[in-house]
Ligand binder design. Structure first.
Ligand SMILES: NC(=O)CC[C@H](N)C(=O)O
Length: 413
C-alpha cells in the first residue's frame, strides 16, 4: 500500500495552482527574478515523518522565517529575561518593515517585525560576540533544526544589502535608543545574512516540527531547546508572525505561522505537525498568497485549527499483554490526556489476576510534562503496592530518575 498523504498534498497544490494573484517581492531585486510558478508543500509530524508535494526540494531564502528560530537561539544564549528587556511580546499590527518602537519603552514590539528581529540578531551568541559569530550561530542552529548543513545565498544577500536603506534606518533608530549596540551596518549585514539562508519546504517543516515537539528535532532526536522556549516562540508566532494580517490568519487558519518575502511560510501546530509552503507571489501583507490558501485548505480538511476542539492528539497509550506481563507503551507528549488514559488502563489491570509484571515502554515519548511524569510514576507506585513487579523501558532517557516517591526505582527492562 502507498500512503495517500502525498497524493492529498498534490491535490491541494493542483487545486490552487491556477491562482496567480499577488506578485513577487521586488524591493530585493534577486527575489523579483524568482520563478513565480514554483509551488511546494511539506508536512512533518512530531513522530518525525515528512510528506511532501510539488517543488519540495527547491531552495529559496528563508527571509523572515528565520526570525522565530533566531529568537529561540537568542533566548537560549541570553536567557528569556535579557531578551525581554530588549524586545517586547505584543502584536504590532504593523507591516514587517515599519520603523516601529513601543511609545513608552522605546523597545521593538515583537521579534517578528524587522525592528525586533534586528535586535534579536544582535543578542545571538552571547554578550561579547562579533558579527561573524552571530551569523555562524544562526546558520548552525538553523542547520541543526533542519537536520542538514544549510548555507547562505550570497547573491540574495548582496542584492538585499544593495537596497537595505529601510533596515539600516530601523537599526539606526534602535541604536539611537540604546536598544542595540555597536556597528549598525555590520549588524544589518549580519541580519541580512541570517535572512539569506537557503531552505526547502522540507527543511521548514522539520524545523517547525521541532517547535511542535517542544524542542526535540523529530528526525535526529536531538533536544535543541527547552519546551518553555518552544512555547514562547510559538505564542509570539501566533500573535505576530503574520504581521498586520496576524489576527485574520489566526481566526481563519488557526496555525501559528511565520512568512518570508521569498514566498515561504512555516506553520506549527503544537504536539502535532510542522508545515512548510513555498510560492513566491505575495499578498498585500507580504505573505505568500497561494501559501496562505494551502494553509487554509489544510486547516479545514485536516482539522488543524489550533482552537478546534474536535481533534484528537498524537499522544496515545497502547496496551500489549503476553504471558503474565502487560506493557503500556506511551507515545507523543505525556500530559494530562495521555496520563489520565494510562492511569485508567493501569487501573483496569487490577481485575486481571494473571498479571505479575508491568512494563512501561516510553521509547516513543517526546516529553513528559511535570504533571504527566508525576501521574505516571504514581501509577507505577500503586501497581507495585498491589504486589506487581514494575519496570521501565526508556532507551533514550525521557524519564530520568523515576523515583516512585519512596526513594526506590522501577526495574530497567
Ligand atoms: N518579510 C521578510 O521576509 C523580510 C525579510 C527581509 N530580509 C527584510 O528584512 O526586509
Amino acid at each position: 500500500m502507498k500512503t495517500p498523504v502525498p497524493d492529498y498534498l498534490d491535490e491541494v497544490l493542483d487545486s490552487l495552482r491556477g491562482d496567480t494573484s499577488g506578485a513577487n517581492a521586488t524591493y530585493i531585486p534577486e527575489l523579483a527574478e524568482a520563478d513565480p510558478e514554483r509551488f511546494g508543500i511539506a508536512l512533518t509530524t512530531t513522530l518525525g515523518r515528512t510528506y511532501a508535494a510539488g517543488d519540495a526540494d527547491t531552495e529559496f531564502s528563508i527571509q523572515s522565517i528565520s526570525k522565530p528560530f533566531a529568537y529561540a537561539a537568542a533566548i537560549i544564549d541570553r536567557g528569556l529575561d535579557r531578551v525581554l528587556e530588549s524586545v517586547r511580546v505584543e502584536p504590532s499590527g504593523e507591516a514587517f518593515d515599519e520603523l516601529s518602537l513601543d511609545g513608552a519603552t522605546h523597545r521593538p514590539k515583537n521579534a517578528m517585525i524587522n525592528a525586533g528581529a534586528i535586535t534579536t540578531h544582535s543578542l545571538l551568541a552571547g554578550p561579547g560576540a562579533g558579527p561573524e559569530e552571530r551569523v555562524d550561530r544562526a546558520v548552525s542552529f538553523f542547520s541543526r533544526l533542519a537536520g542538514r548543513e544549510l548555507r547562505i545565498d550570497e547573491r540574495v544577500c548582496t542584492s538585499e544589502l544593495g537596497t537595505a536603506h529601510r533596515n539600516l534606518s530601523i537599526a539606526h533608530m534602535l541604536r539611537n535608543y540604546g536598544v542595540v549596540e555597536g556597528d549598525v551596518p555590520a549588524l544589518v549585514e549580519g541580519y541580512t545574512r541570517q535572512c539569506s539562508v537557503l531552505v526547502t519546504v522540507r527543511d521548514l517543516s522539520v524545523m517547525s516540527a521541532t517547535l511542535a515537539t517542544g524542542g526535540i528535532q523529530p528526525v535526529t532526536g536531538e533536544r535543541l531547546m527547552d519546551p518553555a522556549v518552544a512555547r514562547h516562540v510559538m505564542a509570539v508566532m501566533a500573535s505576530a508572525g503574520m504581521y498586520d494580517g496576524a489576527g485574520d490568519w489566526l481566526v481563519s487558519v488557526g496555525i501559528p505561522a511565520k512568512s518570508g518575502v521569498a514566498g515561504g511560510i512555516v506553520g506549527v501546530l503544537p504536539d502535532r505537525v510542522g508545515i512548510g509552503t513555498f510560492s513566491p507571489r505575495l499578498d498585500q501583507h507580504g505573505n505568500s498568497h497561494r501559501g496562505r490558501l494551502a494553509f487554509e485548505r489544510l486547516s479545514r480538511d485536516m482539522g488543524m485549527h489550533l482552537f478546534a476542539s474536535d481533534q484528537g492528539r498524537a499522544d496515545a497509550v497502547d496496551v500489549v499483554r503476553s504471558d503474565g506481563t502487560v506493557t503500556f507503551a506511551l507515545r507523543g507528549n505525556v500530559q494530562v490526556t495521555a496520563a489520565t488514559e494510562l492511569l485508567d488502563l493501569m487501573a483496569a489491570t487490577d481485575g486481571t489476576g494473571d498479571v505479575d509484571d508491568v512494563v512501561l515502554d516510553v521509547t516513543r515519548v517526546h516529553l513528559f510534562t511535570d504533571l504527566g511524569r508525576r501521574m505516571t510514576l504514581e501509577g507505577l507506585r500503586r501497581l507495585r503496592l498491589d504486589g506487581r513487579r514494575v519496570g521501565v523501558h526508556d532507551p533514550s532517557g525521557v524519564l530520568p530518575f523515576p523515583d516512585l516517591g519512596d526513594g526506590t526505582y522501577p526495574d530497567v527492562v
